[in-house]
Design a binder for this molecule. Sequence first.
Ligand code: AMP
Length: 212
Amino acid sequence: MRLVVFGPQGAGKGTQGAMLAEKYGIPDIATGDIFRWAISGGTALGLQVKEYVESGSLVPDELTIQVVLERLNADDCLNGWLLDGFPRSIAQAEALDSMLSESGDSMDAALVIEVPEDVSVRRLQGRRVCSKCGRNYHVDVPPARDWICDSCGGEVVERTDDHEERKIRHRLALYHATTEPLKEYYAESGLLREIDGLGSPDEVFARIVEVL
Ligand code: AMP
């Protein structure tokens, strides 16, 4: 199974991505996590992307494409993958398509999970994320013990780009301008599946599994 998941911030891509990856036994590749881990590890990639990620801007296409294509070359991607947060622009989608046609593989679906803007903002303002494994929580649904991740024991923190409403709005504006045109792109190839992101994680997951 080869899946792409996109949608506005707070739509539930991370949560659904993790559930889908587990169901289909494929790696869950989230570019935002890759970048945040690089930043906290102080790697060369981290230094290159820090300013973009922390200000809520998009990392340049060329660098993002290089990171993702390299990751997709790993052995665990041989039988499929789920991309959460990539592509985020037409140029990125075209790069992914050329890689697929070179390897003779094809994608199964491009899922767009959608919620109204006020829901995005409310979800992001309360969002907390495990700094180690990337699992998402919310102030209303915290981990069992004192902001220690239930899955891996990592520290659960607030993302710097979720801290200010101004940054959240900036990221949503970038989504509409740069990422939303992917709906038309994937509709043309018949891969687009539109999912209503309102409701509990289990309800949304059931909708996705049904269309897949
Ligand atoms: P996310 O965790 O998906 O919200 O991503 C966090 C941040 O990482 C974004 O606000 C961007 O700065 C950067 N980022 C993640 N994926 C991409 C991408 N496909 N293209 C450009 N920047 C990205």
